[in-house]
Design a protein. Structure first.
Length: 253
């Protein structure tokens, strides 16, 4: 059962809140060049909208939200959070995601969250569907992920399934599977004590049509398109030690 739905415009105050009783697209992106030399490049991505899965290395690390937001297209975003994901990792904070039109759904359990996500994917007016699930719920099996992937591909609405607090990567129908962690931001050219551009250590450990890879990336938005390409951070190691270990541990997932 879906407990509540909130409509949030432009990442600001909620416009309306109702109780409910249940009832754009990703642009094709090329693989990174072998010798990028610091140039901008687009992350490997599906050739058409489908299901992508993101594993956060730590429940309190919400860096994945910025990673996904930087890749979203136009249109309102349906953001579904399971109750335990809210309790353990926190409710989505709209002011921290300026410029996004959010429809937030609070679901009682994983089964309800998956239902809300699948129903949302039937609406081709959405820009994307994001779902947060806690740990490894029994409702999240291969069949459930395949249903999400097929629904996303049929409607042309990209779907992101976020696994918070999951111990490992079980069998999944997701076409792209990422593990990531926040990395120290770059230096701020105007203030040495202030954070600069956000960065992530990312591990693409399973992808259809693309080789896996591990990179440290930096988001470099431009004025014309805030959700624009990333850049390899060549001044730092490719990935952190914890991420590399996690990637090896789930390589067979």
């Amino acid at each position: 059962m879906v407990e509540a739905v909130s409509f949030i415009a432009g990442g600001r105050a909620a416009l309306a809140s109702i109780d409910a009783a249940a009832g754009g697209s990703v642009r094709p992106q090329s693989t990174p060049p072998e010798k990028p030399g610091g140039e901008r490049w687009r992350l490997p991505a599906p050739s058409k909208p489908t299901l992508c899965e993101v594993f956060s290395n730590h429940p309190r690390d919400a860096g994945w939200a910025g990673f996904i937001a930087a890749q979203l297209g136009n249109g309102p975003i349906l953001w579904v959070q399971e109750r335990m994901a809210i309790i353990e990792a926190g409710r989505v904070h709209a002011p921290g995601l300026p410029g996004l039109d959010l429809v937030h759904v609070s679901a009682r359990d994983a089964k309800s969250a998956l239902w809300a996500m699948e129903e949302g994917l039937r609406c081709d007016a959405l820009g994307a569907v994001i779902g947060e699930l806690w740990a490894e719920p029994s409702a999240l099996d291969f069949t459930a992920t395949r249903r999400l992937a097929f629904a996303a591909e049929k409607s042309g609405v990209p779907c992101w399934l976020v696994r918070v607090g999951a111990g490992g990567a079980n069998l999944s129908g997701a076409r792209f599977r990422w593990r990531l962690e926040s990395a120290p931001s770059l230096a701020n050219p105007l203030d040495a004590k202030a954070p600069g551009k956000p960065a992530w250590n990312v591990d693409l450990f399973r992808a259809r049509g693309h080789p896996p890879g591990q990179w440290k990336i930096v988001h470099e938005p431009d004025a014309a398109s805030p959700r624009s390409p990333f850049r390899l951070d060549l001044a730092a190691p490719t990935v952190g030690g914890a991420l590399a270990k996690a990637g090896r541990r789930i390589a067979s997932g």
